[in-house]
Design a protein around this ligand. Structure first.
Ligand SMILES: [Mg+2]
Length: 270
């Protein structure tokens, strides 16, 4: 059991922390911009066989960018590509094709083809895929939590392979005990996802903090009865708009952890 402090002020006593990944632990924006750009480029090449005039190309790019949450400043932290699962992004892409007159079966097939083509391109050039770097201060916080016996887990709408790759790239397997991905049922933002992940790490939601950069994370946490819900603001060029938090974190160095001295004393007493 440990005490969580925000700017040196105790805010909760916890035994576990559930972290969102993209925009919370991971500096995901550059990779997600690349992913969105790749899908948009493939859409331009493949929609109507690539036979589009300048205005049609412009309209297609504009609608897909809006659907994904891509703008001139980067990624909207609450946008589809930042928050939603791959499958939800696929549906969102197909919906844009429907808005441009395509039938649903054709739209869905084309979206599927585009996503597969971008995945294949990434696999052909793994060096260009880019690492999902940690946001500043993440590693030392995770080490500090681990040293105090706090169990950490990741709850994300990325695939299991995507989360594992992130943990591999950043050598975080010692710090993260369990993951809950888009493939786990139910996926977030269902509050049952929080309860199931807490169960995996052997804790009750009330014994845990959840930290995320999306209101859907924080609402889910509260509905699941989490001990404390914290919003992380510094994962994107554009700060997210959050309302369901108990506290906000603007840099990971604002958060610290110390052993719960009262509990330590009680445990060591005869
Ligand atoms: Mg996130």
């Amino acid at each position: 059991m440990a005490q969580l402090l925000l700017k040196e002020k105790p805010i909760a006593t916890i035994q576990g922390v559930l972290f969102d990944k993209d925009g919370t632990l991971s500096h995901s924006e550059p990779n997600l911009v690349d992913l969105a750009t790749g899908r948009i480029d493939q859409a331009v090449q493949r929609f109507h066989g690539g036979h589009l005039n300048v205005n049609e190309v412009s309209q297609l790019k504009k609608l897909l960018s809006a659907a994904y949450g891509v703008n001139s400043r980067g990624i909207h932290p609450g946008g589809t590509i930042a928050v939603a699962s791959r499958n939800q992004n696929l549906i969102s892409t197909a919906t844009v094709f429907c808005l441009l007159g395509e039938s649903w079966p054709q739209a869905l097939a084309l979206a599927d083809e585009i996503f597969a083509a971008v995945d294949a391109l990434k696999n052909q050039a793994p060096s260009a895929e880019g690492k999902s770097a940690l946001l500043p201060g993440v590693r030392s916080l995770l080490q500090s939590l681990r040293s105090k016996g706090v169990i950490c887990a990741v709850i994300s709408n990325d695939t299991s392979a995507g989360i594992e790759s992130f943990l591999d790239q950043n050598n975080l397997h010692d710090s993260i005990s369990e993951i809950w991905s888009a493939e786990h049922q139910p996926a977030k933002p269902n509050p049952e996802a929080v309860k199931a992940l807490c169960n995996l790490i052997g804790l009750a939601p009330a014994q845990c903090a959840l930290i995320g950069d999306a209101d859907s994370d924080l609402k889910m946490a509260r509905q699941a009865g989490i001990g404390i819900s914290l919003g992380f603001m510094a994962g994107w060029n554009q700060p997210p708009t959050l309302t369901a938090h108990q506290h906000l974190i603007h840099h990971w160095n604002e958060l610290s952890v110390r052993a719960d001295t009262k509990i330590t004393h009680n445990l060591s007493s005869p």
